[in-house]
Design a binder for this molecule. Structure first.
Ligand code: PMT
Length: 410
């Protein structure tokens, strides 16, 4: 079986944007693979793309005339740009030049492709390709980061030898790799069409303008869960405490600092979602008072008065139309007993328990989980958090399906 046979892209509408870059010739091969996988592909080229590749190549491969102009009377009379924006199930821009990424970030709509990216509700992916110095330039890095935060998927670039002779990041991902990404996104996925909110990282509870109470959560576990959910096709909002991790491709991140801000962001995001995964290490208490000036060391001892923070997970689980709720339990002993007690006390569907302290759980790249739900449990052995998250997400997807079957037995 070939890569393209493998994916079920039959009749899926893919709008393939091509911008100016030497790698544009590879997009012809990508178009061919997509068509072979059954997809209906409409190519939209920018003016600069036309310097690198002819539209007739794409027309021959896709069987559709290439679209280039916003004001083409022939097309605006038939499938105008707004219809084209509605037609697309996925927009993939490959190669995406530095200039196009900047224009996309700025929200410009001065040609057909940028207008479609603004006008369409379809998910958007970009496969950057450019010289390594352009890719590493702070302006490009800031544009890409901002696009990621907006939920744009950024596929690549790959490292290697560049057309200009330089070595480094900036090569377009190979067409077969891009096909796999499209297939993962559109063709498979146990959570396609589901919406999820995930919390990750620590919270910081300020004491004065420079100090806070915090914890050791790095966000790695929660970010891995968000990424695994996206890979299964879910639409994910990640409410994150302060961490130094990049936003996973395709995830929308809302950054917060305190438990109260995390609660507010979660309650804003959670309406109408199917799944809530609480992986954040939320501070249980916050200082009663935040002092305006830096606290001076005049006394030998200092007393802090702390007040309880709201329990975000418990609150979401108590909502009338609540999503499927998954909590984490960080325990130092009697993992199963404490975790099951927490699952019941918070009224949630599932809990993923991990041992913490002594170099386990927090900050590390690997972890092990004991997953508990009503009437079942599963041990996921120690492994990379990314792999572990994939397994957890598949257990969650199965449980959500099982719950839906019980609720609607037809
Ligand atoms: O971020 P890493 O460095 O990768 O580390 C991962 C992790 C150890 C932080 C993660 O795997 C984990 O265990 N997260 C939950 C940590 C925690 O706060 O556990 P808890 O047992 O105190 O809380 C139970 C559950 O209630 C958690 O889902 C928590 O998000 C939620 N909670 C807790 C308090 C609160 N005020 N609101 C909440 O929603």
């Amino acid at each position: 079986m070939t890569v393209s046979d493998h994916f079920r892209l039959r009749d899926r509408h893919i709008l393939l944007g091509v911008t100016g870059g030497i790698a544009a010739y590879k997009t012809a091969e990508l178009a061919r693979l997509l068509v072979r996988a059954g997809a209906d592909v409409q190519v939209v080229m920018t003016e600069a793309a036309g310097i690198f590749i002819g539209g007739s190549t794409f027309q021959a491969i896709t069987g559709r005339p290439v679209r280039r102009s916003l004001f083409d009377p022939a097309h605006e009379a038939a499938m105008g740009h707004i219809e084209l924006a509605r037609w697309a199930e996925l927009i993939l821009v490959a190669p995406a030049s530095a200039d196009f990424l900047a224009r996309l970030h700025a929200g410009l709509a001065d040609d057909l492709l940028s207008t479609l990216c603004l006008a369409s509700e379809a998910p958007l992916a970009v496969a950057p390709a450019m010289n390594r110095n352009m890719w590493r330039h702070p302006a490009t890095a800031a544009n890409v980061e901002a696009l990621r935060v907006r939920g744009v998927r950024v596929w690549g670039p790959a490292e290697g030898e560049q057309a200009c002779g330089d070595q480094g990041p900036g090569r377009l991902l190979e067409p077969a790799e891009l096909l796999v990404r499209v297939g993962e996104w559109l063709g498979q996925g146990s959570l396609i069409g589901r919406k999820a909110v995930v919390t990750a990282g620590p919270t910081r509870e300020p004491l004065d303008p420079v100090r806070f109470l915090g914890n050791r959560s790095s966000g790695k576990m929660g970010y891995a869960v968000a990424e695994a959910l996206v890979r299964e096709g879910a639409d994910v909002i990640l409410v994150s405490g302060p961490v130094s991790l990049d936003v996973p491709s395709g995830v929308r991140r809302v950054s917060v600092e305190t438990a109260l801000a995390m609660r507010e962001a979660v309650l804003d995001a959670v309406t109408g979602v199917d799944l809530f995964v609480a992986c954040a290490a939320v501070a249980d208490y916050r200082p009663r008072q935040i002092v305006d000036q830096k606290i001076k060391k005049t006394e030998e001892t200092l007393r802090l008065e702390l007040v309880r923070n709201p329990d975000i997970l418990r609150e979401v689980a108590a909502l009338p139309d609540r999503p499927f709720c998954v909590g984490f339990a960080a325990e130092t002993d009697a993992l199963a007993v404490h975790a099951e007690a927490k699952r019941k006390a918070k009224g949630i569907d599932m809990i993923a328990a991990n041992l913490v302290g002594g170099g386990e759980g927090f900050e590390t790249d690997d972890n092990a989980l004991l997953v508990l739900w009503e009437g079942g449990w599963l041990e996921l052995p120690r492994q990379q958090k990314t792999r572990l998250a994939e397994q957890l997400v598949s257990v969650i997807a199965e449980s959500m399906d099982a719950q839906a079957t019980i609720e609607d037995p037809r």
